[in-house]
Design a protein around this ligand. Structure first.
Ligand code: F6P
Length: 364
């Protein structure tokens, strides 16, 4: 098919917000306006706005002064147009997809630039199959998007979590307590691993390495015996025990419903307290990790990703996600990415390095 440069395109942000979304929007838009003279339509609230035709013209002044702003000027949602949820009419999804096609046509779009993580790119790949031109930009604090070495938002979240761990370190030390710090990451432990190493976590628990509570408590007791009765345990929200790893999803749900701990951090804290008698506290960092200004690193990659997307629009090179690989900015076909997750490999060098400096991963 002949490639033709986009004259008008839509842009949306989808999934959980994160620092760097506005920097990326600015990167796409400034290059598209200033270098290529394109027209841009801002789509509100992710795929929801695309379905509802909630679209507005973006002007250069709309994208000025937003480099450092947290959140997204376009709003976001977790709308997945192709998903048929329990209780949905079978036609719900096709009605939504038809509505998207209608919006695309009605506003004269040549492409839609989508900023998002796994869910967003899965949808983008399905829209590509429906004949819609799409370009993706990789964002998520989880850094678990397949096909790119890094996503924007991740390093800002690492900075936020690290600062929190630093603060918790001094209070843990003062009180001789074990401080369990829970960070985000349901499937992947990148954030726990990086913030844990940066913050000098004594134990790091990630979903990819099921933990044995005895391994953790042995480590904490050994530290206490060695004169360090305080410890930092960094836990990813998707942490799973060795026993749970052998169970079905349903069995895990039943087990957790009966143990009365709201999250992984509380669960592990209770197990540590029961087994060691140590004084344990929990701090769940939650949505703080997604808020505020992007780090300088994220501002840089968001700008690089954004301007690369504008170039793809100019080349008419659609159906791809901009990515970073070995320090180069590249573009990868959406079908190579869809349906896959980038998890922490158990032989990742940072796990080895952390072990070298005495960190326990709960499986030693
Ligand atoms: O995908 C980003 C993320 O912050 C995850 O780390 C977290 O598990 C999830 O989103 C929370 O989702 P929600 O914003 O829907 O509560």
């Amino acid at each position: 098919m002949k490639k033709s440069a986009a004259k008008t395109f839509g842009i949306l942000t989808s999934g959980g917000d994160c620092p760097g979304l506005n920097a990326a929007i600015r990167g796409v838009a400034k290059a598209a306006f200033g270098i290529y003279g394109m027209k841009i339509m801002g789509i509100n609230n992710g795929y929801k706005g695309l379905i509802e035709g909630d679209v507005k013209i973006l002007n250069p002044e709309d994208v000025s002064g937003i480099l450092t702003k947290g959140g997204t000027i376009l709003g976001t949602s977790r709308e997945k147009p192709f998903k048929v949820s329990k209780g949905d009419d079978a036609s719900t999804s096709s009605i939504k997809v038809d509505a998207i096609k209608d919006t695309y046509k009605r506003f004269g779009l040549d492409c839609i630039v989508v900023l998002g993580g796994n869910g967003t790119h899965n949808t983008a790949a399905l829209l590509k199959n429906e004949g819609i031109n799409v370009i993706g930009l990789p964002k998520t604090i989880d850094n678990d998007l397949y096909g790119t070495d890094i996503t924007f938002g991740f390093h800002s979240a690492v900075d936020i979590a690290t600062e929190a761990i630093d603060r918790l370190h001094s209070t843990a030390h003062s009180h001789n307590r074990v401080m369990v710090v829970e960070v985000m990451g349901h499937n992947a432990g990148w954030l726990a691993l990086y913030a844990g190493v940066a913050g000098g976590g004594d134990v790091i628990v990630i979903p990819e390495i099921p933990y044995d509570i005895d391994s953790i408590t042995r480590h904490l007791k050994k530290r206490a015996k060695g004169g360090k009765p305080f410890s930092i345990v960094v836990v990813a929200e998707g942490a799973i025990s060795v026993e749970e790893a052998k169970m079905s999803k349903k069995e895990i749900k039943q087990k957790r419903a009966s143990d009365n701990s709201p999250t992984a951090g509380y669960r592990i804290a209770k197990e540590i307290e029961t087994s060691t008698g140590m004084d344990v506290r929990v701090s769940v960092l939650g949505y703080q990790q997604r808020g505020g200004a992007p780090s300088p690193y994220d501002r840089v990659i968001a700008t690089q990703f954004g301007t690369a997307a504008a170039e793809l629009l100019h080349l008419g090179d659609y159906g791809k996600m901009v990515a970073k690989e070995n320090n180069s900015i590249i573009a990868r076909p959406l079908e190579e990415i869809a349906g896959k997750l980038k998890l922490v490999p158990s032989d990742h060098t940072l796990i080895r390095d952390a072990r070298f400096v005495g960190t326990c991963f709960g499986n030693e």
